[in-house]
Design a protein around this ligand. Sequence first.
Ligand code: SF4
Length: 331
Amino acid sequence: MSHILERARDQVLERGEGLSEADVLEVLRLPDSRLEEALALAHETRLRWCGPEVEVEGIVSLKTGGCPEDCHFCSQSGRFETPVRAARIDIPSLVEAARQTARTGASEFCIVAAVRGPDRRLMDQVRAAIQAIRESVEINIACSLGILTAEQADELVEWGVHRYNHNLEAARSHFPNVVSTHTWEERRATLQLVRERGMEVCCGCIIGMGETLEQRAELAAQLAEVDPDEVPMNFLDPRPGTPFAELPVIEPPDALRAIAAYRLAMPRTILRFAGGRELTLGDFGTRQGVLGGINAIIVGNYLTTLGRDPSEDLDLLAELSMPVRALSTTL
Ligand code: SF4
């Protein structure tokens, strides 16, 4: 049988068909000596099926901390003793964050809240926030508010939310080791709802939560099955006070193998570098990532940890001749 990268070249690069779970596992098991080749193929694949543009997104937290859920990686859970304190942002500060995000050339602005799912009060705040942003900033608005009801999904669509983020986080078989207060199936159902009601689906994952390589491949297949418009890839940043505080940070070659493998599993998706990349990969890794299948980045703050200065990322994209995706192409 031919080598996995030869098969991937024919199947993914030439025909645009993502790798199966078994093939993703083979990519994840590639020796370091083949890593560069895998990243180069993932990059070619991204250029072929997505083009050279990079989508830039900003993110703001409407409600931080105090979440009733127990996701073991999350410093915003109210169940763990973490340094994150419950906080809310007012609308003028939120509009200012959207304005600053738009100034970087970003086309996406995501409003997030640390909740199991939104209640009426939060939905009203979201509506007010969206209205205020629309009045003064030209940017696509996305939301990440947890598990939704059908009525809530309809309301978001009505207010013009074009994309909804809800992560699978972990492979189905690993999920019970990560969260006990809700199920993988509940997460999956919200994604289904989001798609049915007409929003774009943004569905991400966290790599490095003690999963096996088989489970990492399983997660890639489960994400591909959701067929998301966007996949934010996070790498675990073990936060003090959380049950995962002592997990080791994933090794850079393993993180890069995961990026290449996930691109080859999902040739057409927007694959976004999300949280944990500075810790895992550093500056050099960011360059390798955007030359290895990544085609979207978050600028500025990630919810509870500080990201890089946006200008560093934008300079890097300019140097690599990767244009920032313009607003008009996504509105
Ligand atoms: S990941 Fe979301 S649902 Fe889970 S504890 Fe954190 S904020 Fe709550």
